[in-house]
Write a protein that binds this ligand. Sequence first.
Ligand code: HEC
Length: 107
Amino acid sequence: MRIPVLLLALWFPAWAFAGSAEPVSSEMIRLVRQDCGACHGMTLKGGLGKPLTREALSGFSPEALTVIILHGKEGTAMPPWKSLLSEAQARWIAEQLLAGFPEEAQP
Ligand code: HEC
């Protein structure tokens, strides 16, 4: 079953408002650089997964990226993160990626 990403986003309108006011969290930055970086590259410029740079993701809305992060991409190696990340955290990551992910807090 493949549900269009945008349709899913509409089911969770709360995402549109969650998380934007959260402070930059060094724990989350580390998680993304390490766990997401395992596939997307430590610099997020791509590896097994596609690049997660601002340029590469410019066609995505924050909502669409949040859905991809929480639910993964069916039929690809991109796993769902909903058991590890809250919606607000996924939304935060999506917004940071779109803004150009912070470099700080690398181990
Ligand atoms: C096990 C490897 C793996 C891990 C870990 C992983 N991803 Fe992915 N991800 C992929 C692959 C492979 C794709 C490309 C799917 C495709 O072919 O469309 C992808 C695609 C994506 C996309 C869509 C990009 C696009 O251009 O379509 C986003 C956004 C994304 N990943 C974010 C993340 C984030 C954020 C994390 C960490 C929370 C993460 N990924 C962890 C493998 C991974």
